[in-house]
Design a protein around this ligand. Structure first.
Ligand SMILES: [Mn+2]
Length: 316
């Protein structure tokens, strides 16, 4: 069985966490390693291209320990946080490069897909460049053959560390529909898809979200963290031990979110009130237009958009 795991984000403990964030990461790795033969991470193993050596060393030792105890093999694609300037060429000069040099983890790159056989099924795990523009060009006109260079039938799977259908640099249905690749696993966005997947006739995209909670965002309040399992060509998911949100995040972090929400909602109400008398009827109903006109930061527009969508309302 193969485990496919969202962003790990090894880093010094985030300020908002009150538990041992790093140790939680190690525990999750062991929990997964004990359950599958191969673990494939979806990038962002580290939060920075260069994290403190002690974390890199401890992670490396822990992976060796798991490999020795359970026989697990570890792989990852490269995430935007793993390398400087989002460029693969800086891998050798990064913490992930150090991990790779230890040989405990293999790196899947666009020109070096991972071909493995598991329970009689041959899989080829492909990826695309980290930088969005390069990745976009790379994928144009690409068609996977579902056959190795030696002519052995295989299942082509695409591992992508990018946004999907949201944000400015995002991939969308049209980018993937002609790839001839039925399974696409996404890292990067820490918020999982509802139901964990979006099913299209041509392919299914999977996003489990990060395997760690390094931010006190609202979607982290109640979610169960999980990873995908791939067994005999069937995708399943498996939860990992998750401590309740209020036991890992400081009260200030939780309060801060509530304060922020209140602040934004109040501000939004004021904006709408102010603009109701000044702009055309059509524009009154475009919250986004109002925010753009007020030069609202993209992060605020995103925040309000998410808030609307979370409440099942349409944001236009
Ligand atoms: Mn990322």
């Amino acid at each position: 069985m193969i485990g496919i795991v969202g962003d790990l984000h090894i880093a010094p403990p985030p300020e908002k966490r009150m538990d041992d964030y790093f140790q939680v990461g190690l525990n999750k790795i062991e929990e997964i390693a004990a359950n599958v033969e191969r673990v494939i991470f979806l990038g962002d193993i580290f939060t920075h291209p260069k994290v403190e050596p002690k974390y890199v060393n401890m992670l490396t030792q822990h992976l060796w320990y798991c490999k020795g105890k359970y026989g697990t093999h570890f792989y990852t694609i490269i995430g935007n946080h793993d390398v400087a300037h989002e460029e693969e060429e800086y891998l050798a000069d990064s913490s992930l490069g150090t991990l790779k040099a230890s040989t405990v983890m293999d790196i899947i790159t666009p020109d070096k897909p991972l071909i493995i056989s598991d329970r009689g099924v041959v899989y080829r795990f492909n990826t695309i460049p980290v930088k969005y523009k390069t990745a976009k060009e790379y994928i144009q006109g690409k068609v996977y053959t579902n056959s190795t260079e030696d002519g052995i039938p295989c299942v082509d799977i695409l591992l992508v560390h990018h946004e999907y259908e949201t944000g400015t640099n995002c991939f969308s249905y049209n980018d993937f529909k002609d790839l001839n690749c039925k399974m696409i696993f996404l890292g990067h966005d820490h918020k999982p898809f509802d139901e964990g997947r979006i099913i299209y006739p041509e392919f299914t995209v999977y996003r489990s979200g990060s395997i760690m909670r390094n931010r006190a965002d609202d979607y982290n309040f109640t979610r169960t963290l999980y990873y995908y399992t791939l067994d005999n060509n069937v995708v399943g998911c498996k939860a990992v031990t998750t401590t309740p949100f209020d036991k890992v995040f400081k009260v200030e972090a939780i309060n801060k979110i509530e304060t922020q929400e209140k602040h934004y909602t109040e501000a939004l109400e004021k904006i709408i009130e102010k603009y109701e008398n000044n702009i055309s009827v059509k524009d009154i109903f475009s919250i986004k237009n109002i925010l753009i006109e007020l030069n609202a930061k993209e992060s605020i527009i995103d925040y309000i958009k998410k808030k609307y969508e979370n409440e099942g309302e349409v944001f236009v």
